[in-house]
Design a protein around this ligand. Structure first.
Ligand SMILES: [Fe+2]
Length: 238
């Protein structure tokens, strides 16, 4: 195992300086790169200029800040690690476009001690997922999963979960929505948080089994146009 991956496993995340080589070349030098489909480029370029749904189809990228999530929560085999490589920092670095990392251990301990009913629900309830239209292809092959599964995987992204849970007319669904939101709130309150502003050529690698991640607001340059740090995400299977 590559020493960088060993460090991620030990600490939950690592922040590396001076990664000047191509993102994919770097990723392949430390692990097996996850390709959701055999012919799909594994790099997701998070360059946001404008609010055009066709040019920037990822719904989460069009929001000023991302909600807490693990990556690719709806894929059949969610990847273990995610790399964010900063190509160009936010114009207002280090104040905007900051990556947020929550180490889940303290939150899980809180759940075990004080929120056993919620923990049980998150481990047993199978939540339906919804993705945006671009990912319909995946939807047909992806079964529904619990947020915390028996193999220790964390599959959380409320922007993908809630659209299929319409509270109107279904008290059970409303309970599940409440559970999802409460999980996120309690993670914010009890997980150990790190704010990491990525400068040019810096890399952040997170372990999707131990960390929820998000990003704060990025710079709004003019009406209808947002500029996010140009980052690329690559994920690894174990
Ligand atoms: Fe992510």
């Amino acid at each position: 195992m590559h020493p960088v991956i060993e460090e991620v496993l030990a600490r939950g995340f690592v922040h590396l300086p001076d990664v000047t080589i191509d993102t994919l070349v770097f990723a392949e030098s430390i692990g097996t790169v996850f390709r959701p489909l055999a012919d799909e480029n594994p790099i997701v370029t998070m360059k946001i200029e404008g609010n055009d749904i066709d040019k920037t189809p990822y719904a989460s990228c069009r929001t000023p800040a991302l909600s807490l999530h693990t990556d690719y929560a709806t894929f059949p085999s969610p990847p273990r690690f995610t790399i964010t490589h900063c190509i160009e920092p936010d114009p207002e670095f280090p104040g905007r476009g900051v990556s947020i990392v929550l180490l889940l251990r303290a939150a899980i301990q809180h759940f075990e001690k004080n929120e056993r009913a919620l923990l049980g629900l998150l481990k047993s309830e199978v939540f339906p997922f919804c993705r945006n239209a671009e990912h319909e292809l995946y939807h047909s092959t992806v079964p529904a999963f619990a947020i915390l599964d028996v193999e220790g995987r964390v599959r959380f992204d409320r922007t993908l979960i809630l659209p299929h849970l319409d509270p109107a007319g279904d008290a059970r669904k409303a309970d599940l929505i409440d559970a999802v939101l409460r999980f996120e709130t309690l993670c914010n309150e009890h997980a150990e948080r790190f704010d990491i502003a990525l400068d040019r050529h810096e890399v952040l690698i997170v372990d999707n089994r131990r960390v929820l991640h998000s990003r704060n607001e990025c710079t709004v340059r003019n009406e209808g146009t947002r500029q996010l740090s140009r980052e690329v995400n690559i994920a690894f299977l174990e």
